[in-house]
Design a protein around this ligand. Structure first.
Ligand SMILES: Nc1ncnc2c1ncn2[C@@H]1O[C@H](COP(=O)(O)OP(=O)(O)O)[C@@H](O)[C@H]1O
Ligand SMILES: [Mg+2]
Length: 242
């Protein structure tokens, strides 16, 4: 089987001598197509650093990252950016929307950058915003949206180029409980439709959206639990255990 994401011996250290931090230390990971992998761990355990390495936003000091059979680490910044734009959707804790652009324009932007026609990008953005429950908010600026709505815009944006892999870093970290529930349901739905997702969090409820849960501590994987894939549809949402 070709893994969607495959990494071996990943390492990223900061500093040196007594101040050396082994942020990521010899991590192996293989994510199958359609799998949702949750990575949990305390703050400072290396989750964000790992996600950045997996998504080609940062380069490892050692090890390899392969995305759909193509080696990602070591690409030039331009080449990595190209791979990311088409192949990976990112969702961050702090949303990272462009404040001056409407919800629709935020979602359209990566499609336009990838060369999609203006018309197709608009249609795709509107479809996705409808899917995340924001059909009536397409023309709003992020400042007029709640945190939960902003994160749903960010999820729509992450999906606009139909990437083979979705990487999410604490997607509910800035949300109140009700908004976090909405965003978790959305990830449950993405899992049910067979998206490939790596979701990093210290929120144990997020674990309910995963097929497999990995615990990280001091830069290394310490524990792994296979949760199993529920049947598609309502069972997937029931699996959220909210
Ligand atoms: N740019 C950096 N320079 C120095 N240390 C860093 C840097 N980024 C992260 N770290 C350190 O690496 C460790 C892992 O950080 P991080 O990946 O952000 O953890 P998490 O996302 O699990 O909270 C922490 O000890 C953090 O302080
Ligand atoms: Mg983090």
């Amino acid at each position: 089987m070709e893994y969607t994401l495959w990494a071996r011996g990943l390492r990223r250290h900061y500093g040196s001598g007594p101040s050396l931090v082994r942020a990521v230390d010899d991590v192996d990971l293989a994510v199958a197509p359609g799998e949702t992998v949750g990575i949990v761990g305390a703050s400072g355990s290396g989750k964000s650093t790992l996600l950045h390495l997996l998504g080609g936003l940062d380069r490892p000091d050692g090890g390899e990252v392969w995305l759909a059979g193509r080696r990602l680490d070591g690409l030039s910044e331009t080449a990595a950016a190209r791979v990311r734009r088409r192949g990976i959707g990112f969702v961050f804790q702090a949303f990272h929307l462009v404040d001056e652009l409407t919800a629709r324009e935020n979602v359209e932007l990566p499609a336009l950058l990838a060369g999609t026609s203006r018309r197709a990008a608009r249609r795709r953005a509107e479809d996705l915003l409808e899917r995340v429950g924001l059909a009536d908010r397409v023309g709003q600026l992020p400042g007029r949206l709640s945190g939960g709505q902003r994160q749903r815009v960010a999820v729509a944006r992450a999906l606009v180029n139909d990437p083979g892999l979705l990487l999410a870093d604490e997607p509910t970290g800035n949300l109140d409980s009700a908004a976090a529930t909405d965003v978790l349901r959305l990830f449950g739905a993405l899992r049910a439709e067979g998206r490939t997702v790596v979701i990093v969090t210290h929120d144990s409820r997020v674990a309910g959206t995963a097929d497999r849960l990995i615990t990280m501590r001091d830069g290394a994987f310490t524990d792994e639990t296979v949760l199993g894939r529920p049947a598609a549809g309502s069972a997937a949402l029931a699996g959220l255990d909210l």
